[in-house]
Design a protein around this ligand. Structure first.
Ligand SMILES: O=C(O)c1[nH]c(=O)[nH]c(=O)c1I
Length: 309
């Protein structure tokens, strides 16, 4: 029984990895994932210049998940590109994900042109769904802007590229979004980012400082929404666009359900933040146990095979 997978024709010996933003801020954190049971890693979303992010406290765990309004803190594009190019030398056989987004459309093009011209030969994840930069909407909720951006990008960007999406909550929105994405040679869509702008309260007070306590929600709270987005896009997108499933994965059972809905790779966020990299080996062995019980030798045997009543 193997939990191996392929994304954009790259092979990974495990279909479980981190979600951008968690345990991926610097080389030390990324090395922990590199040396764990995770199949690969994605970097913290990088912007052109380094960013401090929002005032703290800006992340809070709860019994059922997490809330964050980090505000895109990162060490800047060049830091992550340098590290990714270093890894080409020390780990030539491995493929990694580079998450990025510009603070403007121009910045996004500047970033992607730099990737295009660089020796980076991994997979780029364009983050169209950061909910926590005050004054900046989640790009992928504006399908006209998203279509224009992707049209411009694919006029010059020729390396594997996927997009990180916010959750959608309306079947017509799934139809409209899929119709846009199907126009482009995307390698994957990653469903879902945190559910934007929830509030967690303790006694009479919010638990994070930015935005008067409004922040992205992750963890158990979001699994039904994450599964629905994975499956909705799996049903609607052309087969060449794969699905990465993110959201609410605490166990092998949750990973199994994401794959059943159509995910070719699953990403762990809140659970990784709470448990550390041992979550990767635990969830992988739980998933393998489920597969063995059901007689599945690979994830291909049950991927997307969600049964209806
Ligand atoms: O606040 C953040 O840094 C953040 N937080 C999220 O929950 N999702 C994102 O894509 C980002 I860029």
């Amino acid at each position: 029984t193997s939990t191996k997978t392929k994304i954009a024709n790259f092979e990974f010996d495990n279909c479980i990895m981190n979600a951008a933003g968690v345990l991926c801020y610097d080389k030390d954190e990324l090395a922990k994932i590199l040396n764990s049971a995770a199949g690969t890693f994605v970097t913290k979303t990088a912007t052109l210049e380094p960013r401090e992010g929002n005032p703290e406290p800006r992340y809070h765990d709860t019994r059922l998940g997490s809330i964050n309004s980090m505000g895109l803190p990162n060490l800047g594009f060049d830091y992550y590109l340098d590290y990714l190019l270093e890894l080409k030398k020390t780990h030539p056989k491995r493929t990694f994900f580079f998450s990025l987004v510009g603070m403007s459309q121009n910045d996004t093009h500047t970033l992607l042109r730099k990737v295009q011209e660089s020796n980076f030969d991994g997979i780029t994840e364009l983050n169209l769904s950061c909910p926590n930069v005050p004054g900046k909407p989640q790009i992928a909720y504006d399908l006209e802007t998203t279509e224009k951006l992707l049209t411009d990008i694919f006029s010059y960007f020729k390396k594997p590229l996927g997009i990180k999406l916010p959750p959608y909550f309306d079947l017509v929105h799934f139809d409209q979004a899929a119709a846009v994405f199907n126009k482009f040679p995307l390698s994957f869509v990653n469903c879902v980012n945190s559910i934007g702008n929830g509030i967690i309260i303790e006694d009479e007070k919010v638990v994070i400082k930015p935005k008067n306590g409004f922040g992205g929600i992750g963890g158990e709270y979001v699994k039904p929404t994450a599964l629905a987005n994975v499956h909705a896009f799996y049903q609607r997108l052309k087969p060449s666009i794969q699905i990465i499933g993110t959201g609410g994965i605490l166990s092998g059972r949750d990973a199994f359900e994401h794959i059943l809905c159509g995910a070719s790779m699953v990403q762990i966020g809140t659970t990784l933040h709470k448990e550390g990299v041992s979550a990767f080996s635990r969830i992988t062995s739980e998933l393998k146990e489920i597969m063995e019980k059901k007689g599945y030798k690979s994830i291909e045997e049950f991927k997307g095979k969600l049964k209806y009543l």
